[in-house]
Write a protein that binds this ligand. Structure first.
Ligand SMILES: C[S@@+](CC[C@H](N)C(=O)[O-])C[C@H]1O[C@@H](n2cnc3c(N)ncnc32)[C@H](O)[C@@H]1O
Length: 256
């Protein structure tokens, strides 16, 4: 079995995880930090810097000073630790919202508040932070909300946090429509063949129900909802060097 085959097996192992699965994985000493947040090591290790830079290009207020930053679902990998360093340097206040088990893996700092909750089931912090947050980040989280909870409620509550001028990034969203467009292309076939090490053609079917998978209609619906609620919203590409840029994209919202 080649490296790519084993990666694919690993990815399947991390499909359809729930909030409670993540709680359990956070405490499992046999897992690496990347595995605790649902990624095979090959998808994250050594790539955190380019992922963070891609995020920072979109969330420009992170380069400002003295802002309020919220990370919904930070997990316990290198990304929240990098965010923590930036917030320290830039004098931001940082709020992490995730399970107690995940939050326990992250360092405690005076400028960091940890809220152990399943967003948006945290009424106190929602009312405390309403209209006050400059940067909201939720990276590689939305697809778990889509299959397990109410994506609209999650989105509306995340929007409600934004201060005027504030920015929200729902990042690293797997889009099954984008994936199918890619695997129907020449580039996608070549990618698949390099992945499998044979000359098979990837199977793509556009006309079937994709249970629990986000597609164009979901992302365009979220975009419309944000715009109808008074926000500017954009679907934006990931840098091509990011590990899953051919099938994932980001949703960026700004409050005018
Ligand atoms: C795939 S990990 C992503 C971690 C991190 N954002 C990253 O990209 O490195 C998903 C994280 O979202 C958290 N999560 C899932 N549903 C959540 C919810 N409703 N509220 C807060 N955190 C949630 C999980 O506990 C887990 O830590």
């Amino acid at each position: 079995m080649g490296r790519n085959d084993s990666d694919r097996g690993d990815l399947r192992r991390f499909e359809n995880l729930t909030f409670d699965d993540f709680r359990r994985m956070a405490k499992d000493p046999s897992l690496t930090d990347a595995e605790k947040i649902g990624f095979p090591d090959s998808y994250r290790l050594g790539k955190e810097d380019i992922i963070y830079e891609d995020i920072a290009q979109k969330l420009t207020l992170l380069q400002d000073r003295g802002r309020v930053v919220v990370d919904i679902g930070p997990g316990c990998g290198a990304l929240p630790k990098r965010l923590l360093e930036v917030c320290s340097q830039q004098d931001h206040k940082l709020v992490f919202i995730d399970s107690r088990e995940m939050l326990d893996q992250l360092p405690d700092e005076p400028f960091v508040k940890k809220i152990a909750a399943r967003f948006p089931d945290c009424p106190d912090i929602l009312s405390e932070l309403r209209d006050r947050v400059d940067v909201v980040l939720s990276y590689s989280v939305l697809h778990y909300i889509f299959s397990e909870a109410n994506i609209w409620s999650f989105f509306d509550h995340a929007l409600s946090l934004l201060a005027p001028g504030g920015q929200l990034l729902l990042g690293d969203i797997p889009n099954i429509s984008k994936r199918m467009r890619f695997f129907s292309s020449e580039a996608g076939v070549a990618y698949h063949q390099a992945f499998t090490g044979d000359d098979s053609i990837p199977r793509v079917a556009f006309n079937r129900i994709e249970h629990d998978k986000i597609d164009d209609s979901v992302l365009l619906g979220l975009l419309s909802r944000a715009r109808a609620s008074g926000f500017d919203a954009y679907l934006v590409r990931q840098g091509s060097e990011l590990p899953m840029a051919n099938r994932r994209e980001d949703l960026l919202v700004e409050r005018p």
